[in-house]
Design a protein around this ligand. Structure first.
Ligand SMILES: Cc1ncc(COP(=O)(O)O)c(C=O)c1O
Length: 337
């Protein structure tokens, strides 16, 4: 049965035939015993790409964030993050439930935090207060509509964190979208952060997999934590091969997703819809009664999610072509009635 045009998330993208062939050809070993050469190649490549000493392949972006938080905090600490941050909304409370920290949320337009506001949220040292020990930044920002973090701002945030004795983590689930759209390499975007994570299972089309990169000490602790969470897996090279294939073949093409998001935005604006201009592959559109509008779009073959009562989100990915963009524009006009 046809799934229609699925713009709910880039996580719905499927591995291509060529990616599956690369997976089938992967050299495998038991990664828990340190024997999988394909995982080792992926980890070395991602460490180099991100400019960090070491990397750890994990099953999901959620686990990467949880481990990143765990290795830079102690129980009872406070972690600063944007009020629309992924771990706050979509990670089942794992940061509190498993890492034992409390999140303190910072406002800011489309996921971008003002260093002065962050500075004001850092607790003074006193036995009454939790210790503020980590700052998390998300690039691109999911609920911020795929917003790319301005580099001078993340530099200022990282400098502030360092100065005030906080560690810093970059949730870069879609950082390769930011890299392609901005032309600024991953190593530079991640430079000031102690840890950075990114996902292969979003716009890059892999079935499973994320990576966490950082210094050797943190990555040793991260490996132990991954084991504790049940995320250490055996012949994981099968999945690492998909990630290596994606790094070779699916990164530059993210520019096509960004172009299609722009085309969708242009067409929708022309049709009278208000929207936030997309910077990457995510587009947030204002509609009256979003849940009902999403339902009507579904009847016209387009799937997406409401993100508020009056807004819905479209995410462009590997499985969306130019004809889908045109069909989506038609469905919006039809759904408006
Ligand atoms: C910004 C961000 N971080 C983390 C995640 C978690 O990734 P996963 O779904 O692989 O757990 C997502 C998932 O969409 C995300 O958008």
């Amino acid at each position: 049965m046809s799934q229609g045009i699925d713009l709910r998330s880039d996580t719905v993208s499927l591995p291509t035939e060529a990616m599956l062939a690369a997976m089938m050809a992967a050299e495998l070993g038991d990664d828990v015993l340190g024997d999988d050469p394909t995982v080792q190649r992926l980890e070395a490549r991602c460490a180099a790409l991100s400019g960090k000493e070491a990397a750890l392949f994990v099953p999901s972006g959620t686990m990467a964030n949880l481990i990143a938080i765990e290795v830079s905090t102690r129980r009872g600490d406070e972690v600063l993050a944007h009020e629309a941050a992924h771990p706050f909304h979509y990670e089942a409370g794992g940061a509190a439930g498993l890492a034992g920290i409390q999140l303190r949320l910072v406002p800011g337009p489309r996921g971008v935090m003002d260093p002065d506001v962050v500075a004001a949220a850092i607790r003074p040292e006193a036995p009454h207060h939790p210790r503020t020990s980590l700052l998390c930044v998300e690039d691109t920002h999911n609920r911020g509509g795929g917003r790319i973090q301005p580099l001078e701002n993340t530099d200022a945030l990282c400098a502030l964190a360092r100065e005030r004795g906080l560690a810093s983590h970059l949730d870069g689930a879609r950082i390769l979208n930011a890299v392609v759209a901005s032309g600024v390499p991953l190593e530079r975007r991640a430079r000031g952060f102690d840890t950075v994570s990114f996902c292969f299972s979003k716009g890059l089309g892999c079935p499973v997999g994320s990576i966490l990169c950082g210094d050797r000490g943190r990555m040793i602790r991260a490996r132990r934590m991954r084991k504790m969470l049940g995320g250490a897996t055996r012949q994981a090279g099968l999945l690492a091969a998909a990630a290596l294939y994606a790094l070779d073949h699916h990164v530059d093409r993210l520019a096509e997703d960004h172009r299609r998001a722009q085309e969708l935005a242009g067409g929708l604006a022309e049709a009278g819809f208000a929207l936030e201009p997309p910077e990457t592959n995510i587009l947030v559109v204002a509609v009256p009664s979003a849940p009902a509008f999403v339902e009507r779009l579904g009847q016209h073959g387009v799937r997406c999610f409401p993100v508020a009562d009056d807004r819905l989100r479209l995410v462009v990915h590997l499985g969306i072509d130019d004809a889908d963009v045109q069909a989506t524009l038609g469905a919006f006009t039809a759904a408006r009635g």
